[in-house]
Unconditional design. Structure first.
Length: 149
């Protein structure tokens, strides 16, 4: 929320003459969803994660809480600064999950992510495979479909 307050105090100068009314309205809708849906969802997710961590073994809880605190220790400086590249990829996949779930394979997903984020941010296919493995995203096996006789 502080990043939004910072942006409203010193907004970037934008030539509104170049923006169409549709673009302005779309920007307002994105900002509204960010404030009214995304931030409350992140807060709810954080609460659930913290409360469920106490039900785990001590070692698992300790590891989780150390990673959790490291993730939240870095405060965003601006609206576009939403964390490291893995978080940005996870967030993109969360927002666009209907499209992501219809892709043919992890390779296809990696190719699309490279088009959006660039090759340096996405990395190799193995990295995307690991991301999919961690969140439980699987695609059908390659090859010929199984035939029932």
């Amino acid at each position: 929320m502080e990043a939004i307050q910072k942006e409203t105090k010193k907004p970037k100068v934008i030539d509104k003459a170049k923006l169409t009314p549709e673009q302005i309205e779309a920007g307002k809708q994105v900002l509204d969803k960010l404030v009214n849906e995304f931030y409350p969802a992140v807060q709810s997710l954080a609460r659930r994660a913290l409360s469920s961590s106490v039900d785990q073994s001590y070692d698992d809880m300790r590891d989780f809480l150390q990673s959790f605190s490291a993730a939240f220790a870095r405060k965003p400086n601006s609206m576009g600064d939403i964390g490291n590249s893995v978080f940005q990829i996870h967030y993109f996949m969360l927002v666009h999950w209907p499209i992501i779930s219809r892709m043919r394979s992890v390779h296809h997903l990696q190719q699309e992510l490279v088009k959006i984020f660039g090759p340096h941010q996405v990395g190799e296919l193995r990295r995307v495979e690991k991301i999919c493995e961690r969140i439980g995203l699987t695609y059908r096996k390659p090859g010929r479909p199984f035939q029932v006789r």
